[in-house]
Ligand binder design. Structure first.
Ligand SMILES: [Zn+2]
Ligand SMILES: [Zn+2]
Length: 707
């Protein structure tokens, strides 16, 4: 045994050994209990960040369950990450003085595909460096043909059952990125903006968006507001900037009599509240802002102006006409912004595909409440249910090229849509016309990734389909044992996977959910490029080894709580890896000692040690089984370092040195069992020592934790 454990001399070698010997390869084995986890697919296009290293929890579960004798599967994948990736790609184009508008759809798609495929191996090799026991032969990409096929089948099934519909609704639209978003992708920002009071026929009203006045189709007051009661239901005449027009006064509970003057203009095409109000009163939509973020032909001289420029000019002109009565400069309100580019989101009416969420979400709530899916740590259960309760219909259309194109064709004759599970229909389902045009849009990435649990397993057998759920591999490993991911994507992903998984397969997609926290810097701040505090996991790994990085993320953390990461922690865990090695080396070097009788003192010490270890093992297993992994690790750390090494070895080292085989064997037995318990956390050093003790071809993964 070498003097020290040098991670770089072992890691690659050991990982190849595990892979070549098929230790990570899952098979159908009817004699064994299956245990499966699907890795949340990292973005194929980006290197891993420290947050991804948190999937170490999954590796811990996989290796632990393997040591318990189960048939384990940890299935890797890569995400095309739709809009995220296109955004990065467009930034690169920009650097070359180009934009997405310079290419046709196919060319742009192919360019992004090549870009992603070139980068994908980086992310994959990094997962290997972390030591993750992934079954690489089964890896999947979210845009693999067979996965896409399953996504299409699910979409069609939803459509057939009336859970997907086409409708024109107000959507969150980023005019910079040229796509709509679901509610979850919007970030609300507090902003101070001028509130303009203007004359509006017989009224005075307040608005932050005077430029949308061309799209007003009503004026509203609260039904109980005495000041305006006599106007309700009447038409008023308003002097506008382009012309004088007539508009109806409606009464609606949603109007806040305390806001401004208690009168509001209703602009249903550009405001979510107004849109809802308009629906209640059957008021038409009048769109005056286009998808390019500019005012359109209905605005006369303002046509072509961008929203902010139009606002300025409209205010200027209103002032000229004496129509502005007051400006409140200190008004604060919350503004929806694009989560990616930060620009203000423009609510715009658009025809899109929507998932009718309530039936799916209500079913999901039942499953969680009944305990068919358990949530760990338990405190997240409430949050999950609250999210599910809040969900409403989900816009799944995106106006980007990098995604799975929606399998729906519109008839040029009768305008009706024909939805298929991928193949181009020969004729319109309604009027039989052959003039069909496919929807230009692609699916929201979360729509396809919500199907990941069953799609990845179904596609392991060739020719599997959603309509035929008998494939062997799927049947054996589905539902998966655990879904492990960061708590921050609970609503985006976990909630939707439950909805879609149950809808498509009539089974829960996973029996347990385990959520981990976010990795923060030493001061507890979020890591971000702008703060300059981002830690590259590969650098930590190069310096201290994979075991040290892994253990640093687990040691003394509260399950599900955020983790503060510092280099000191990695140093501490590197030292622990060395401790494991050195204890082993001490025992190893004293093997082959001469036979010598035990004495009373050592006998007593050994029996104490065995008792103490037995208790520890029981406790560790209990903690592992109840998802308290950090606690399990902390106790093992404490035991090996401070009890086994500092106390028992200290007490017994003379006996060992003088060749007392009984003592040596007693110590070795406990030590090797501790290695086994530590293996899921620190796979490299434990396997390295194991091989030193038992030979090059042996693996700790052949051992079983028995109790
Ligand atoms: Zn944007
Ligand atoms: Zn037709």
């Amino acid at each position: 045994m070498n003097k020290a454990f040098i991670p770089s001399e072992w890691e690659e070698k050991l990982y190849s050994f595990w892979e070549q010997k098929g230790y990570f390869k899952a098979q159908i084995n009817k004699d064994k209990q299956p245990f499966s986890i699907i890795l949340p697919p990292p973005n194929a296009n980006a290197p891993l960040h420290l947050g991804h290293a948190m999937y170490v929890y999954e590796d811990i579960m996989i290796r632990y369950n393997k040591l318990l004798g189960k048939e384990v599967l940890w299935l890797p994948g890569a995400d095309h990450a739709g809009f995220e990736t296109q955004f990065v790609f467009e930034k690169n184009l920009q650097k070359q003085g180009k934009s997405r508008f310079d290419y046709d759809r196919e060319t742009l798609f192919t360019m992004i595909w090549d870009f992603v495929m070139e980068n994908r191996p980086i992310m994959e090799s990094q997962l290997k460096r972390l030591g993750f026991a992934l079954d690489w032969e089964k890896k999947k990409f979210t845009m693999d043909d067979d996965i896409v096929k399953i996504v299409y089948e699910t979409f069609k099934k939803l459509h057939d059952e009336g859970l997907v519909y086409r409708d024109t609704k107000l959507v969150n639209f980023c005019t910079h990125d040229g796509t709509s978003f679901s509610d979850l992708e919007i970030i609300y920002r507090e902003e101070t903006a001028p509130l303009y009071y203007m004359k509006y026929g017989p009224f005075e009203l307040a608005t932050v968006r005077p430029e949308t006045k061309f799209g007003d189709t009503a004026v509203a007051v609260h039904p109980d507001d005495r000041r305006y009661k006599k106007w309700i239901g009447k038409e008023i005449e308003v002097t506008g900037l382009i012309e004088t027009f007539k508009i109806r006064v409606i009464a609606d509970e949603a109007v806040d009599p305390k806001f401004g003057t208690g009168v509001v203009k209703v602009t249903p095409a550009h405001d979510f509240n107004d849109y809802e109000m308009a629906k209640r009163h059957n008021i038409p939509l009048k769109q005056v802002i286009g998808f390019d973020g500019r005012l359109n032909e209905l605005t006369g001289p303002y046509k072509g102006l961008k929203v902010l420029a139009a606002r300025e000019k409209v205010v200027e002109d209103l002032k000229q006409k004496g129509l502005i009565t007051k400006i409140d400069e200190s008004y604060t309100h919350s503004v929806p912004t694009c989560y990616k580019c930060g620009r203000v989101i423009e609510p715009l009416p658009k025809e899109q595909w929507f998932v009718k969420v309530r039936p799916l979400a209500d079913q999901a709530i039942k499953l969680v409440e009944k305990g068919e899916i358990n949530i760990y740590p338990r405190r997240f259960k409430r949050g999950l249910i609250d999210w599910l309760k809040k969900f409403h219909d989900w816009n799944i259309s995106r106006q980007i090229v990098w995604g799975i194109r929606i399998p729906a064709w519109r008839c040029s004759k009768c305008n009706e849509w024909t939805v298929t599970s991928g193949e181009k229909p020969t004729n319109c389902l309604k009027c039989q016309s052959k003039e069909l045009v496919q929807d230009e849009d692609t699916f929201d990435t979360w729509f396809s990734s919500s199907q990941w649990s069953y799609a990845t397993l179904l596609t392991q057998d060739h020719h599997s389909q959603l309509s035929n759920l008998n494939s062997q591999f799927y049947t054996y490993f589905y539902p998966t044992a655990v879904m492990e991911t960061g708590y921050e994507i609970l609503p985006w992903w976990v909630a939707r996977m439950i909805m879609m998984g149950y809808f498509a397969t009539n089974k829960v997609p996973f029996k347990n959910v385990f959520l981990h926290g976010m990795v923060r810097d030493k001061q507890g701040r979020k890591m971000s490029k702008s703060k300059g505090n981002v830690v590259n996991p590969m650098e930590v790994l190069d310096k201290y080894g994979a075991d040290a990085l892994r253990a640093a993320l687990i040691f003394q953390t509260t399950e599900g709580g955020d983790i503060t990461f510092s280099e000191d922690k990695a140093v501490g865990m590197r030292n622990f890896a060395n401790k494991i090695w050195n204890v082993g080396r001490f025992l190893y070097l004293n093997r082959n000692g001469k036979m010598k009788e035990e004495n009373g003192k050592s006998k007593k010490k050994l029996s104490d040690l065995h008792k103490e270890f037995f208790q520890l093992k029981k406790k560790s297993i209990k903690n592992m089984d109840s998802y308290n992994f950090s606690l399990a690790f902390d106790t093992l750390f404490e035991f090996l370092w401070h009890r086994f090494a500092d106390f028992y070895i200290e007490e017994l080292k003379e006996e060992v040195r003088s060749g007392n085989i009984k003592v040596l064997e007693g110590l070795e037995e406990v030590y090797l069992q501790v290695l086994l318990m530590l293996h899921p956390f620190m796979p490299f050093v434990t396997e390295a020592v194991w091989k030193e003790f038992h030979g090059e071809e042996k693996s700790i993964l052949d051992m079983r934790i028995e109790f």
